[in-house]
Design a protein around this ligand. Structure first.
Ligand SMILES: Nc1ncnc2c1ncn2[C@@H]1O[C@H](COP(=O)(O)OP(=O)(O)OP(=O)(O)O)[C@@H](O)[C@H]1O
Ligand SMILES: Nc1nc2c(ncn2[C@@H]2O[C@H](COP(=O)(O)O)[C@@H](O)[C@H]2O)c(=O)[nH]1
Length: 185
């Protein structure tokens, strides 16, 4: 019998639907533990400190990095983001399924430091649909959308680096596939 992959990384371009899929999945399966990242980005309306992110200052992020408290970190479209190391290791130690929702640069770092992790890529049905979703979300001004779409081109080109690709046509279908890949159902 193959060993259960305990750490799963979900990446994919901004706006592809990572958070939507993960939220849908965790409604039915709250036992899947999702890492809460630290970020220097400002909260969007409705986002809560400690729930969606740990919103930190630049100085605080500098310290987290300098003290080695992040499993990985990256600058993405003008802000920094990082995964608090201790909580992830604790949950893995406890044998829980752990999920990271992070960008390509972070996924590459996890591949280096934890090669046993499975890396999943969430792809859009088309480029036009990705633009529609990112724009339609209405959370970023046009210049930030442009930066995120520039990053998206790089992320889409890196898809072959991942263990599996899931195409986000249907949130329900992808959530089901994700659960199966995490060996939760
Ligand atoms: N399968 C889908 N069909 C149609 N719309 C979708 C689908 N999945 C997500 N969306 C919509 O796309 C938008 C972006 O989704 P979401 O915020 O989950 O993306 P994300 O990948 O987490 O983005 P980011 O990386 O910027 O955090 C949202 O408005 C969401 O409702
Ligand atoms: N490398 C990391 N990337 C992360 C982390 N947390 C989130 N992200 C990714 O950043 C972008 C933008 O997120 P947004 O919430 O500002 O839209 C997206 O691709 C996230 O997956 C992290 O800890 N490390």
């Amino acid at each position: 019998m193959s060993e259960r992959p305990r750490l799963t990384v979900l990446s994919g371009p901004s706006g592809v639907g990572k958070s939507t899929v993960v939220a849908h999945m965790r409604k039915e399966h709250p036992e899947v533990w999702l890492s809460v990242s630290a970020t220097t980005r400002k909260p969007r309306p409705g986002e809560r400190h400690g729930v969606h992110y740990f919103f930190v200052t630049d100085d605080e992020m500098d310290k987290l990095i300098a003290n080695g408290e992040l499993l990985e970190w990256a600058e993405f479209a003008g802000n920094r983001y990082g995964t608090p190391r201790a909580a992830v290791l604790e949950r893995l130690e406890a044998g829980e399924p752990v999920l990271l929702e992070i960008d390509l640069q972070g996924a590459r770092q996890v591949r280096e430091s934890m090669p046993e992790a499975q890396l999943l890529f969430l792809a859009p049905p088309s480029w036009e649909e990705l633009v529609r979703r990112l724009t339609g979300r209405g959370t970023e001004p046009p210049e930030v959308i442009e930066r995120r779409l520039e990053a998206a081109k790089i992320e889409l080109a890196a898809e072959p680096e991942f263990d599996r690709t899931l195409v986000n046509t249907s949130v329900e279908d992808v959530a089901r596939e994700l659960l199966a890949l995490m060996d939760v159902v």
